[in-house]
Design a protein around this ligand. Structure first.
Ligand SMILES: [Zn+2]
Length: 235
């Protein structure tokens, strides 16, 4: 069996994974690709392997705003698991890479036949709801610089690397602020040697320093990540 870097799939008992693997199609996702639109039918769910996907809320007459970030620790389209057919959010690829894609019908069949799959995905859904709720509070009460630090650390955790590509334009969409605000915050982090930022290439230099600059939300994110089903060994 292939090594599976998606942590939800990797947490499944081997027999379950063997049964559902034929329904999972390997796919490469490009930067900016839109996987789901709010109010539109969910046809597929995606288990990220190396890609990173933003869940975004679109509020009329305002900048779009990210409400959650999904990488190899999660799944995109979890509403299907909960019995809904329409997406509540826009899902956009913000880090190009690979994923495993499964159709709505195949997922529903797999869920009926495999209690561990249902269990792992429902528990992930609950973690995602917590992240979305926390982000709502974060966007309202925490300063941009602290939010940017949180967001950089969340991205690092999901791509499992201190180096990643991210344009200021994308960052401003993620955080729902103008580019100039992102530019000021990123410059401040560079002056303090927390990150290096050049032509969309971000390197985290001082992990502890960036955690100290982040709001308290990041500590909760990290605790939730440690408690995810995917962090447990094979059953
Ligand atoms: Zn916060």
């Amino acid at each position: 069996m292939l090594p599976i870097s998606n942590k939800l799939l990797a947490a499944l008992p081997r027999a379950t994974l063997r049964d559902i693997l034929p329904a999972l199609d390997p796919i490469t996702l490009a930067l900016g690709e839109v996987l789901h639109e709010p109010g539109r039918p969910l046809r597929h769910v995606y288990f990220p392997l190396t890609c990173l996907v933003s869940l975004i809320v679109v509020v009329e007459d305002h900048l779009a705003l990210e409400v959650a970030l999904v990488g190899r620790e999660g799944v995109v389209g979890v509403s299907l698991v909960l019995g809904a057919d329409l997406s509540p959010v826009r899902a956009v690829v913000q880090g190009a890479g690979s994923a495993l894609r499964v159709t709505k019908a195949a997922l529903r069949t797999a869920l009926q036949g495999h209690a561990p799959l249902q269990n792992v995905l429902q528990r992930y859904a609950n973690t995602l709801i917590a992240e979305i709720a926390r982000t709502a509070g974060c966007n309202r009460y925490h300063l941009l610089e602290a939010r940017l630090a949180r967001w950089l650390l969340m991205t690092r955790d999901r791509v499992e690397s201190a180096d990643f590509m991210m344009t200021q334009e994308f960052l401003s969409t993620m955080l729902g602020v103008r580019r100039v605000g992102i530019s000021d915050a990123a410059s401040s982090f560079q002056r303090r040697h927390l990150i290096e930022y050049s032509r969309g290439h971000i390197t985290i230099l001082d992990h502890d320093g960036l955690e100290a600059a982040s709001c308290s939300c990041y500590a909760h994110d990290a605790a939730d990540a440690r408690a995810l089903p995917a962090w447990r060994p094979h059953g």
